[in-house]
Design a protein around this ligand. Structure first.
Ligand code: ATP
Length: 311
């Protein structure tokens, strides 16, 4: 369990992270989502003691990271895949990590196999690694000590589609076995596929949090429909005050399918297609993060940050 309590970081007059609080629960993947420069990396660095917070704290399993003896055995961290010594090989980096953590060298081979780095690649200097290979090595390093908690900053960065799918499976499996996963991304699609919970940050502040369902709850859902007489159906709906817009060969209607079905029945129009349209999470994400001044109350589709489901 990770508990982030009122973390704030200021650089002079600039507030990079502003009173950020959230939890990441065991058995769940928590996505930390926000556009470039929103404060994700700064928050994660503060969580593991690499950046000193101006105020606030983070507890991981009830302890500050700095107070955890042999932290790699408890918390796997991947913050910057390119931060490893470029002149070392991947195997050397993992072997060093294993020594520091008091692990058998067989663990290095296990991790290399897990992230699909071949023996030849493992012997290559990191300066000659592709970004995806660095990322795989970083994930191997984070998992080396068999931790219960993973904190990963943009772990999918540089991975090809097959690699992203592989990583998703890996992290889901980790959470399914009871582990806690916090991963950041600036890409909604990457996060929404894997994350059980999402914490959305914009301009240093948490603007929403919850599951996909709770985030989009309360948003005005609509329907798409087609009929044998769209004009008559549109007129019948508009007469009830329902907003109707043309959409391709059909209509986009700001109402539930049942409202449309009833209107069609009363107007004697045969429907040829009728489906509820899901709320576009991407629109919600862009709306939430475009201007923190609006925050949750100004954005009707959002889950207010202080009532989020994951709190
Ligand atoms: N050492 C520093 N001095 C001054 N400003 C900083 C420092 N570190 C970060 N910042 C600023 O804090 C803000 C948040 O940066 P951060 O790297 O945390 O964003 P991010 O959400 O991780 O972005 P990205 O998705 O691009 O990685 C940015 O405006 C950045 O320029």
């Amino acid at each position: 369990m990770i508990t982030v309590e009122a973390l704030t970081k200021t650089y002079g007059a600039y507030t990079a992270v502003d009173d950020v609080s959230f939890t990441a629960e065991p058995g769940r993947v928590t996505g930390f989502l926000g556009p470039n420069g929103a404060g994700k990396t700064t928050t994660m660095r503060m969580m593991v003691g690499l950046t000193q917070p101006t105020s606030g704290r983070t507890l991981i399993g009830g302890h500050a990271y700095a107070d955890i003896p042999n932290p790699g055995r408890h918390v796997g961290v991947l913050l910057d895949a390119s931060a490893q010594h470029a002149g070392r090989s991947g195997r050397e980096v993992l072997s060093l990590g294993a020594k520091v953590m008091g692990l058998p060298s067989s663990r290095v081979d296990e991790m290399l196999a897990l992230v699909s780095l071949t023996d030849t690649e493992a012997k290559r200097k990191i300066r000659n690694y592709s970004l995806g290979m660095r990322q795989r090595l970083g994930i191997a390093h984070a998992l080396l000590g068999d931790p219960q908690v993973l904190i990963l900053d943009e772990p999918a960065n540089g991975l090809d589609p097959a690699g992203i799918r592989w990583m998703r499976g890996l992290l889901k499996g980790f959470a399914d076995r009871g582990g806690t996963v916090l991963l950041s991304s600036h890409l909604l699609h990457e996060v929404e596929i894997i994350a059980d919970e999402m914490v959305v940050i914009g301009q240093g502040r948490i603007v929403a949090r919850g599951t996909r369902e709770t985030l989009t709850a309360g948003s005005q859902g609509g329907s798409q429909t087609m009929s044998e007489d769209n004009d008559r159906l549109a007129a019948a709906l508009r007469a009830q005050g329902v907003q109707v817009d043309p959409a391709g060969a059909g209509l986009q209607v700001a109402a539930e399918p049942a409202v449309i079905g009833r209107a069609a029945l009363e107007a004697g129009v045969v429907l040829t297609d009728l489906r509820a349209t899901s709320v576009n999470l991407e629109d919600l994400f862009l709306e939430l993060t475009s201007d923190t001044q609006r925050e949750a109350p100004g954005a009707p589709a959002s889950q207010p940050a202080d009532q989020g489901a994951s709190a």
